[in-house]
Each structure stands twice: as structure tokens, then as C-alpha cells.
Design a binder for this molecule. Structure first.
Ligand SMILES: *Cc1c(COP(=O)(O)O)cnc(C)c1O
Length: 394
């Protein structure tokens, strides 16, 4: 069994978050005694079905949906696939998808597969982003066509934290009769919104990105939007997703959403203060460092900083020795030598893209940790630059 490492400074919350203690407490009874199947006819199972409904209400309340508009899935990735594939099956004659160049691999690789595995039956337009990672709405408007079945644009980017103009983009799709999906895995619990007032057909979210458990996700399906299931089987989720409910995790996700609804406004102010202090501290202490992403239209918890002429992986190893956890690019791209597709789409120069570190905070971070990182980082970068052949002469 992996051991708990004492005293870690965890700044990798866009990769996954700590399960809130209140969430663990809420889940435990369902892992121990309350093991009944919510679909059963007997009271033991049926009462658990009630608890699942209560969790669904808490989730719906956080995002301004009704409980009937939410289905549970196994993860954010499943929700993304479910939404996009449903839209394509709803409009079999429409074979065009609009997305962006900065999507999470969950959407990115599905779209790639839809092109290549079907012999290019589907065509995909991937919107460009500018140097700050933002979309051009005029380009978006031009991309919407007669044969566009679905738009899939993330609400907030996991690597840079950039927030996209989803409300406007959804309205533009609706005007043209095009279904709109947003991967809101990084947005739910971090930015407030009210789906009742929006033209979004499908919205994906995931438990482990908002202090809930891993292996539970959800998909919002707007009332009246036609839906074709991804997993068929039993009549769970009113026939919209087969498979016995992951009860404990559903209860945990419900609790996590309840906590987020209570705490979000206040915590965002504190998290943003800490993030800004970290960002300003590092950018001023380390020469040739730069921010990747939009300065203001961004999640309050995310800061992606490039330290030019050093390797992100090397920086992470040194940070690891000081028990600081962060990411270089996204967790899915580290391990390969290619810099992240998000930073490449933004045109970040290779010398900077390779040395990018993403810090992502949560309400469990404190100011001492920020001071600690601001103290430890500059000597790490200096040391690595002294060894770098590219740094010489700078
Ligand atoms: C983490 C993440 C996902 C995938 O969610 P899982 O529950 O891990 O499958 C999808 N999109 C974004 C933006 C993410 O950050």
C-alpha cells in the first residue's frame, strides 16, 4: 500500500483533489451497512434510492438544474463521450463537429477517433486560440454550419484555467439548431452558473475535481433535449445509463456539491488571493518567466507559468524533493516529450512550453505554503539553468 507522505504541499488540484473529510463521512455508511440496491423493491434498497435522489437534488442545486436533468456516470470522460455521441446519433444526417484546439484529451481524442476510425465520416473544426489562449467568436460563428450536429467547448481549461464565453457560444449554437455540450469538469464548484437561464444542452462534470471521490461523474441533459444512451442495460437513470448506481460515490458527490455551493464565493476570494501572491512572487523572483493563459478570464485557482530554457520534468523532480506537488502541462501529456497541445495551440515558444509548470490550488491550501514555494522555486530554476546548454548567453 502506498504510504501517506507527511507535509506535502499539494498544488495539483486540477489533476485531482483531496476528498473533503465531510464527504468521506457522508460516504462511509454506504460502504458499510447501507449496501442495498436502490432499484430493489424492498425497503432496505428503496430507502437508499431516496438518499440517491437527495444527492441528485444537491448536485442540481449547485448548477441550477432539476434532478431529472442529471444522470450519473463513471467519470468526466464518460460524460463527455456520452454527450457528443448522443448528439451525433440524434442527428445522423449531420456529420460536422465544432470544438477547440485546447480541449481535454477526453474530448480531443474522441473527436480524433470519430474522424479516423470512421474513415472521415465525421468532420471536425477545431477553433484556434490566440496567444492568451482565447477563442475568436467571429471564427466560431463562421464554423457553425448547416450540417453541424454538435459543438463541444470546455467551460474552463484544465491547463491554463482560461474561462471560455460558454453562455454566448451556447446561445449562438441554439439559434442555429445545433446541440451544445460543454466539458465543465473544471468549472463546476469553481464558478457559479445557473443552467435554467442558459442554452446548454449537455454539461459534463466529475466528482474528483471538486473534493468528491474518483470514479463518479455526471452529465446534465437539458429537459427536452433528445438523448440516446451510451451505456444501455438496466433501467437505471430512467434508462439513460445502465449499470447499478455507485451509491457511496453518488452520496459523496452530492455532499461535495453541497459544500461547494456553501463555500464557493468565500473560498474563491481566498484562493485567488493565494494564487495571485504565488504568481506575482514567482514572476518577479525568476527572470525569463511568463504566465501562460489569460490574465483575468481565468479560474481563481490556476496559474500556469513557464520558466524558459529549463525542462518542466526536471523542475518537477526538484520540486518533488521539497514535497511540492504540481504538474508540467497536463498530467496526460507529461511523460511524452511533446509540449502540451494547449500551449502549442497558443503559440508558446518551445523554449518556454517545455518549462511550464501548472500550479492549481484548492481551499485546503494556506499562505505558508505559498511563501514556501516562493522561497524554494527560484534556486531550483537557477540550478537547472546553470546546467542547461540553452540558457548560456541569456
Ligand atoms: C479531469 C478532466 C476530465 C476527465 O475527468 P475524469 O473524471 O478524470 O474522467 C475531463 N475534462 C477536464 C477539463 C478535466 O479537467
Amino acid at each position: 500500500m502506498a504510504k501517506v507522505i507527511d507535509g506535502i504541499v499539494y498544488m495539483d488540484n486540477n489533476a485531482t483533489t483531496m476528498v473533503a473529510p465531510e464527504v468521506v463521512d457522508a460516504m462511509l455508511p454506504y460502504l458499510r451497512d447501507l449496501y442495498g440496491n436502490p432499484s430493489s423493491m424492498h425497503t432496505f434498497g428503496g430507502l437508499i434510492g431516496q438518499d440517491v435522489l437527495e444527492a441528485r437534488v444537491k448536485i442540481a442545486n449547485l448548477i441550477g438544474a432539476t434532478p431529472e436533468e442529471i444522470i450519473f456516470t463513471s467519470c468526466g470522460t464518460e460524460s463527455d463521450s456520452t454527450a457528443i455521441l448522443s448528439a451525433l446519433r440524434t442527428f445522423p444526417e449531420k456529420r460536422h463537429i465544432v470544438t477547440t484546439r485546447v480541449e481535454h484529451p477526453a474530448v480531443k481524442s474522441l473527436c480524433e477517433n470519430l474522424e479516423t476510425l470512421t474513415g472521415h465520416k465525421y468532420r471536425v473544426t477545431r477553433l484556434k486560440v490566440d496567444a492568451e489562449g482565447m477563442i475568436d467568436l467571429a471564427e466560431y460563428e463562421d464554423a457553425l454550419r448547416e450540417d453541424t450536429a454538435v459543438v463541444s467547448v470546455m467551460w474552463a481549461n484544465n491547463e491554463t484555467g482560461n474561462i471560455y464565453p460558454i453562455k454566448k457560444m451556447a446561445a449562438m449554437a441554439r439559434e442555429r439548431g445545433i446541440l451544445f455540450h460543454t466539458d465543465a469538469v473544471q468549472a463546476v464548484g469553481k464558478i457559479p452558473f445557473d443552467l435554467k437561464t442558459l442554452d446548454i444542452d449537455f454539461l459534463s462534470f466529475s466528482g474528483h475535481k471538486l473534493h468528491g471521490p474518483k470514479g463518479i461523474g455526471g452529465l446534465y441533459i437539458k429537459r427536452g433535449t433528445r438523448f440516446v444512451p451510451f451505456l444501455t442495460g438496466g433501467h437505471q437513470e430512467h434508462g439513460r445509463r445502465g449499470g447499478t448506481e455507485n451509491v457511496a460515490s453518488i452520496i459523496g458527490l452530492g455532499k461535495a456539491c453541497e459544500l461547494a455551493a456553501e463555500r464557493m464565493d468565500e473560498e474563491n476570494i481566498r484562493i485567488k488571493y493565494l494564487r495571485d501572491k504565488l504568481e506575482e512572487g514567482l514572476l518577479s523572483a525568476v527572470p525569463k518567466s511568463r504566465l501562460n493563459g489569460h490574465k483575468t478570464d481565468r479560474l481563481p485557482n490556476t496559474s500556469n507559468i513557464s520558466f524558459e530554457y529549463v525542462e518542466g520534468e526536471a523542475i518537477l523532480l526538484h520540486m518533488n524533493q521539497h514535497k511540492i506537488c504540481a504538474s508540467s502541462g497536463s498530467a496526460c501529456t507529461s511523460g511524452s516529450l511533446e509540449p502540451s497541445h494547449v500551449l502549442r495551440a497558443m503559440g508558446v515558444p518551445f523554449t518556454a512550453a517545455h518549462g511550464s509548470i501548472r500550479f492549481s490550488l484548492s481551499s485546503y491550501n494556506c499562505e505558508e505554503e505559498i511563501d514556501y514555494i516562493i522561497e524554494k522555486m527560484p534556486p531550483i530554476i537557477e540550478l537547472l539553468r546553470e546546467m542547461s546548454p540553452f540558457w548560456k548567453g541569456n
